[in-house]
Design a protein around this ligand. Structure first.
Ligand SMILES: *Cc1c(COP(=O)(O)O)cnc(C)c1O
Length: 396
């Protein structure tokens, strides 16, 4: 069994670290102390576990996707994070961090969001715990994920629409970090396993419940370990959340799927490992998309949650160690998988999760007869407008 090789940062091999302005260092240190102190007490763990179970709906089920298995010629299992309250894995981390912030005496939460699932999860926990909430979201994302923008407002959050740069996730993170610098009394509730220490390890720690459950469930329900575990990788939190439980099981292949957009050769994608190089963005050293002058390159994905130029540093280490492999799936393959799962299983997946499924569909030959575990990170209700706009030949 696993779980002893759990990283606590600040370094993941050559990656990670804390490249933050002096003014943020005090806040980051305060957070690290709270995480290592209050965050490790049995009282904190019990309170969080009670919320995860009785508020959020954990454990999420593991579903054997029988009809899709038959079509693909492999044994496909889905870890159902789409069934978690608010519709994606983001709530695991939002609950953990908000509870920690509350115990630190914070009254205000700042957060960024891309697809809006993290914004919704954060607005939700702030309503639950009585915290003030400000969410930064790029203008492009606020338009393509309108239902989520509306949900955040309904939940009592203030939505700050970011109108510069590419107006997507990177710009929202820039803005949220800037806001934190001038408001150190607030807690910045970062939504993925990226950014400066302690965020990558902190977020992974709150997401590893996914893999812990899935490991136990697949052994019980399928009678053994999976051959392959597949997850989509935006910042990398749902992937690291499921990978950590299987890292020590050498026989289990780990596949992270990035956004291939219109294809790597077009330059319109967000596949950091296939099209990028190591560098520094948002406080950590990791793989990212930049030009020769070190300027961050624009990204493209049909899925807002994967549309980000850097990746969490723990994935950079897993790749360097050859323990996980990072592949990509194009917009088109993801959209096809979105349709297939909807029609064959009655489950409408998030466009992000559809990238993991799209990779499996495209690699069915090499997966033939294998037991494949896919982390279904979220549900697709939020994506209907994007999907139908694509069908009509429009932009997303
Ligand atoms: C945000 C999001 C992602 C991407 O973020 P990770 O940190 O890489 O997990 C993937 N799937 C869904 C449903 C999301 O909301």
């Amino acid at each position: 069994m696993s779980s002893s090789t759990v990283h606590s940062g600040p370094w993941f091999g050559d990656f990670g670290g804390s490249f933050a302005p002096e003014t943020l260092m005090a806040s980051l240190l305060e957070l690290e102390e709270a995480w290592k102190g209050i965050g490790q007490t049995p009282e904190f763990k019990e309170e969080l576990s009670d919320l995860l179970c009785n508020y959020a709906g954990r454990a999420t089920p593991l579903t054997h996707a029988r009809r899709m298995s038959e079509e693909l010629g492999c044994e496909l299992w889905l870890k159902r994070e789409d069934l978690l309250h608010t519709g994606a894995h983001k709530l695991n981390n939002a609950l953990g961090q908000a509870l920690l912030a509350k115990k630190m005496g914070k009254t205000r939460i700042l957060a960024e969001t891309g697809a809006g699932q993290h914004g919704v999860a954060t607005a939700t926990v702030c309503a639950l715990l009585g915290l003030e909430c400000v969410i930064y979201m790029g203008e492009v994302d606020a338009a393509r994920q309108k239902p989520n923008a509306l949900r955040m407002e309904l939940l009592g959050a203030r939505l700050e629409v970011v109108k510069h740069g590419q107006k997507t996730l990177k710009d929202a993170i820039n803005e949220a970090m800037r806001a934190w610098v001038s408001d150190p009394e607030a807690h910045y509730l970062l939504g993925s396993a990226l950014g400066p220490h302690p965020f990558p390890a902190l977020v992974a720690g709150f997401q590893q419940v996914i893999g812990e459950e899935a490991l136990e469930q697949i052994q019980r329900q399928a009678g053994g370990l999976p051959d392959t575990v597949v997850a989509c990788v935006g910042g990398g939190s749902n992937a690291i959340g499921i990978f950590r439980a299987f890292v020590q099981e050498d026989a289990v292949e780990l596949i992270g799927v990035e956004a291939g957009g219109e294809g790597i050769e077009t330059g319109n994608h967000a596949a950091r490992f296939s099209g990028g190089e190591p560098g520094i963005l948002h406080g950590c050293r990791t793989w990212l998309l930049q030009d020769e002058g070190g300027q961050i390159l624009p990204t493209h994905s049909v899925s807002a949650g994967l549309d980000y130029p850097a990746v969490g540093p723990e994935h950079a280490e897993l790749q360097a160690l050859n323990r996980a492999r990072y592949a990509w799936c194009t917009d088109r393959e993801a959209l096809e998988a979105f349709d297939t799962l909807s029609r064959l299983e009655g489950i409408i997946p998030a466009l992000e999760s559809s990238h993991a499924l799209g990779w499996v569909r495209s690699h069915r030959d090499s997966l033939s007869g294998k037991r494949v575990l896919v982390n279904l990170s979220g549900r697709g209700d939020k994506d209907l407008a994007s999907v139908f706009a694509q069908r009509d030949g429009g932009e997303t």
